[in-house]
Design a protein around this ligand. Structure first.
Ligand SMILES: *[C@@H]1O[C@H](CO)[C@@H](O)[C@H](O)[C@H]1NC(C)=O
Length: 147
């Protein structure tokens, strides 16, 4: 391939790949707008830590579990309980398609996360949050963010 063709192609792929990542402060802003700050007693920093631990801020992350279920999106929401991916049995408690949890507008992910955190255990329903975020100083997650 000629160099003239290759360079635009490579930079195009780079842009597509980057598009799945949301910046920390952009995410803080969206979560704030969607009223997650203080929702069920959890701060914005709690939610940012959760998103980072689960997906590294990758909105389109899909992780296949050993049991045949998959975890979808920013908050890695599981298809066995919360959404339907038509691959294995699902309780579909959030009444949505798992694919919607990969949408860049984050609307479905936030709606489903609110349902999950409203249940007994709150954010402890995410084991990774319990292991890596719970009970730690987290204020720095929102440092420098204008909401
Ligand atoms: C985000 O996740 C998707 C699906 O798991 C993966 O293909 C992609 O490489 C990830 N993006 C980044 C920037 O890590």
């Amino acid at each position: 391939m000629t160099r003239e063709l290759l360079i635009p192609l490579v930079s195009c792929l780079f842009v597509i790949n980057q598009a799945s990542l949301i910046h920390r402060c952009d995410l803080a802003k969206v979560l704030h707008q969607e009223d997650l700050d203080g929702f069920e007693g959890y701060s914005l920093s709690d939610w940012l830590c959760l998103a980072y631990i689960e997906s590294n801020f990758n909105i389109s992350k899909v992780y296949e579990n050993a049991d045949g279920s998959s975890d979808y999106g920013l908050f890695q929401i599981n298809s066995h309980y919360w959404c339907n991916d038509y691959k294995s049995h699902s309780e579909n408690l959030c009444r949505m398609e798992c694919q919607d949890l990969l949408n860049p507008d984050l609307f479905s992910s936030i709606r489903c996360a609110k349902m999950i955190v409203s249940r007994a255990g709150g954010l402890d329903n995410w084991i990774e949050w319990k292991l890596h975020c719970a009970g730690r100083p987290l204020y720095y997650w929102t440092t420098g963010c204008r909401l």
